[in-house]
Design a protein around this ligand. Structure first.
Ligand code: HEM
Length: 231
């Protein structure tokens, strides 16, 4: 799907470029991109954000994924994309580096996924047997919260983990978790994040924040509802 996603990115950013500034990057880019990609993935007609209810009905008719799973996937993607772009724009030299060296983008996406604490980064698991973790016995049936966002900042694994280093060599992370429930959409998410950033640095090399983002509250994903930008 990489070529189709690159074309979609090009179309969305070509439509955005002549618009009045500041413009909301969430409304014009970071939400329609994953929404349209998941429509293409699941074979539903492409819709714009305003017709979500129609999309929901279409979704019910074609996929085994529950609405909650589908919407979680779209929100996760939207949230991550907007949140990662925001991180890049917070310090202009980060975005300028990717404009100068777009070959860094695949590694930068992994580093942003490691660094950004875009979700609460915890999933509940229940132990199916007694197990010793870090010298502590977790009894069968006890609940465990795996704080993967903490693992992404473990200084025993990552040199200077609190530094967002877009040139970091092979940043590893658990943002898609691990094991049986590893994110099925991980590769699709990576392709979307890579193509989205490539499109932004190509079409809008002077992209910059143009006002404070409006952050969503009380959600599992820490993401801007709106992201005002200029270029
Ligand atoms: C940056 C974007 C994304 C992030 C950070 C992300 C993260 C995650 C995480 C952490 C899990 C594991 C949850 C657990 O351990 O219980 C997961 C599961 C899942 N993800 Fe993603 N996801 C992303 C994008 C997507 C996309 C684009 C899709 C679909 C097209 C998707 C579909 C799923 C599904 C269906 C599961 C359930 C897998 C299972 O329980 O076996 N995700 N995702």
């Amino acid at each position: 799907m990489r070529h189709a996603i690159a074309l979609l990115t090009h179309d969305l950013l070509t439509a955005l470029a002549p618009r009045p500034r500041p413009a909301d990057l969430v409304a014009h880019f970071t939400r329609p991109l994953p929404l349209t990609v998941i429509c293409d993935l699941l074979g539903t007609p492409r819709v714009d954000g305003d017709r979500l209810d129609a999309w929901d009905d279409a979704m019910r008719s074609v996929t085994a994924m529950t609405d909650a799973e589908v919407m979680a996937a779209v929100d996760e993607m939207t949230g991550y994309l907007a949140g990662l772009v925001h991180l890049l724009l917070e310090q202009p030299e980060r975005y300028e580096l990717l404009c100068r060296e777009p070959a860094l983008i695949p590694g930068a996406v992994e580093e942003l996924l490691r660094y950004a604490q875009a979700t609460v980064g915890a999933n509940l698991r229940v132990s199916t047997e007694d197990v010793v973790l870090g010298g502590v016995t977790v009894r069968e049936g006890e609940a465990v919260i795996a704080l993967t966002s903490s693992a992404n900042h473990d200084e025993r694994v990552h040199h200077r983990p609190d530094l967002l280093d877009l040139t970091r060599d092979t940043p590893s992370h658990l943002s898609f978790r691990h094991g049986a429930h590893f994110c099925v959409g991980a590769q699709l998410a990576r392709v979307q994040l890579q193509e989205a950033l490539s499109g932004l640095v190509t079409h809008l090399p002077t992209l910059h924040p143009a006002g404070a983002p409006d952050w969503k509250r009380g959600q599992i994903t820490r993401a801007p509802r709106t992201l005002p930008v200029g270029w």
